[in-house]
Design a binder for this molecule. Structure first.
Ligand code: SF4
Length: 175
């Protein structure tokens, strides 16, 4: 009930973005994968206007994830796991689909091999606009939010305003 809209997300993103340009500390978002898309778009805009050099290095905007926290776009089950107090291993703390338990299997096995984790790391499995989005490797949308709202872990991010430039995947396939 408290979920903000896609438009509100954009307005909220403005605040950490503006702060990151002013302050010398790193700003991290949680379950806001599309903040990376927002940052990458802003950087492109600023470079076009010739303002890019004023973006502080601490903002980490020269890295692929756009935030500077990791060399790749971290997402649920993709460079990240959550282990509950009972030892259950989830793709994130917001995505309650367990791959197993660390009391029975090693964390390496639970991260590397379960079909859910393997599928989550392959952006080809993303559906809807996330599946054809030019930002899908850096962003990919929140898999947890997609699951919470649709029951499908690969459904498109429900709270992103971006419309990919590439046509829907079904348009690419002859009927
Ligand atoms: S459409 Fe999906 S992959 Fe593209 S920016 Fe939005 S949430 Fe990210």
């Amino acid at each position: 009930m408290d979920l903000i809209s896609a438009e509100e997300f954009e307005r909220v993103f403005e605040k950490p973005y503006v702060t990151s340009r002013r302050m010398k500390f790193d700003i991290k978002s949680t379950e806001a994968q599309h903040y990376r898309r927002f940052l990458l778009q802003r950087r492109t805009e600023e470079n076009r206007k010739g303002d890019g050099l004023r973006v502080p290095a601490m903002a980490g905007m020269s890295t692929p994830d756009g935030i500077g926290r990791a060399p790749r776009g971290i997402n649920d089950g993709k460079g990240f796991v959550f282990i509950s107090h009972l030892g259950e291993v989830f793709p994130s703390g917001f995505l309650p689909v367990s791959a197993g338990n660390v009391r029975k299997q090693s964390l390496t096995e639970l991260y590397c091999h379960p079909p859910l984790f393997v599928s989550l790391r392959d952006s080809a499995n993303l559906k809807g606009k996330c599946g054809v989005c030019e930002f899908r490797e850096a962003c990919g949308g929140s898999r947890a939010r997609a699951y919470a709202l649709t029951g499908d872990v690969f459904a498109e991010e429900p709270c992103c305003i971006w419309q990919p430039k590439i046509p829907e995947r079904r348009d690419l396939c002859p009927s």
